[in-house]
Design a binder for this molecule. Structure first.
Ligand SMILES: NC(=O)c1ccc[n+]([C@@H]2O[C@H](COP(=O)([O-])OP(=O)(O)OC[C@H]3O[C@@H](n4cnc5c(N)ncnc54)[C@H](OP(=O)(O)O)[C@@H]3O)[C@@H](O)[C@H]2O)c1
Length: 326
């Protein structure tokens, strides 16, 4: 369970990656609605990443747009001197204003893919991106096919090593998988939101299944009990329509909190914390999964990296959880 392969015979990564959305800090759409997780302390983020490295985490997922470039810059600072020991995944597809820290709009043109790639290389302080991911989850198939070809060109030029699509649609993932250097799909998957079709596709095509929101944006950590609310500038406090886990004001949505309660005992058996159990569920679910939990503190980084020592849940625990949530 310790390692996963990106593609059938590509780069090896540890079975746990770290997700760098929250550490981008505050940013918003053009109407001022938060797209970040509130204010962050960059020194704490850097310390958390360095601790993760010490604890054996070598795979980091970010996006150019997280914090309008800030996440990539913080990640670069934290990884300085360790570039060759880590695998960096970033994403493109959204134009943003770095100074105003706002999202502008999606852009699915191959020309913008190249422009965005140059920007990410600069902010990350590197000469290549290990895994370049399309961030436009619902882009039309014909446009995506062009972007796949653009990615093959980037590979030929040595600017990226491999690419993937961040999408929840298996049809879209399969279209990208036709490219020789497509090695993964990034998709939502966690105890509360299984993704059997996508996992079957990954097994069939030899793709790594990179799991975003593996902790249901914090709901599967136990930190969001009754009364706990997201702070100012936190997307969970003014949740957009797609964000089902939290209600207005940032309180956990009661129907989802009840589901967490229903499986808490199984997830926390064997001395695991709830977050560690949620990660163990993903490893048990498929030999291709690479959960990428987000983090904001050194303590969270330590707890999440500690999940590796526990490994996957047992098959009967996964079956029991499936029955309870059915
Ligand atoms: N479209 C896309 O491609 C896409 C979309 C979403 C995410 N992603 C990627 O997936 C990564 C992970 O997903 P996510 O950030 O949505 O959510 P997540 O990993 O499900 O939840 C992360 C959040 O949970 C809380 N947390 C983490 N560990 C904890 C612990 N041990 N104890 C208590 N609280 C803990 C932290 O928030 P608080 O401390 O604030 O509670 C943290 O930011 C992202 O960082 C990003 O890299 C990609």
């Amino acid at each position: 369970m310790r390692n996963r392969t990106l593609g059938r015979d590509g780069t090896e990564v540890g079975a746990l990656g770290f997700g760098c959305w929250a550490i981008g800090g505050e940013w918003a759409d053009r109407d001022g609605n938060p797209l970040g997780w509130g204010a962050v302390d960059d020194e704490e983020s850097v310390a958390a990443i360095r601790l993760a490295l010490d604890l054996g985490v070598t795979f980091f997922d970010t996006a150019d747009v997280y914090g309008a470039g800030h996440s990539e810059r913080v990640l670069a600072r934290a990884l300085a001197g360790n570039r060759d020991d880590v695998v960096i995944a970033t994403k493109w597809g959204n134009r943003f204003d770095e100074r105003a820290r706002t999202l502008i709009a999606g852009d699915s043109s191959p020309a913008y893919a190249r422009e965005a790639l140059i920007g990410s290389l600069r902010r990350l302080g590197t000469d290549r991106i290990d895994l370049y991911q399309l961030h436009l989850s619902d882009a039309p198939l014909d446009e995506a096919a062009e972007l796949r070809e653009a990615c093959e060109e980037f590979v030929a030029e040595g600017l990226i090593l491999a690419y993937a699509w961040s999408t929840d649609d298996p049809v879209r993932a399969a279209l990208f998988a036709e490219g020789a250097h497509c090695v993964a799909v990034q998709h939502a998957c966690n105890v509360l939101q299984d993704a059997p079709e996508m996992l079957a596709l990954c097994a069939d095509q030899g793709l790594a299944s990179i799991n975003r929101s593996p902790l249901a944006m914090g709901l599967l950590t136990g930190a969001y009990g009754p009364g706990r609310r997201g702070g100012a500038g936190d997307i969970r406090a003014t949740p957009p329509a797609w964000l089902q886990w939290f209600g207005a004001g940032g309180a956990a949505a009661p129907e989802w909190a009840a589901r967490v309660d229903a499986v808490r005992e199984i997830l926390t058996a064997d001395g695991r914390t709830l977050a560690q159990g949620a990660l163990g569920w993903l490893w048990a679910r498929s030999p291709h999964t690479v959960p990428i939990p987000g983090f904001r503190t050194v303590a969270q980084a330590e707890e999440n990296a500690g999940a590796m020592a526990h490994g996957p849940l047992r098959d009967e625990q996964v079956a029991e959880i499936g029955a309870l949530l059915a």
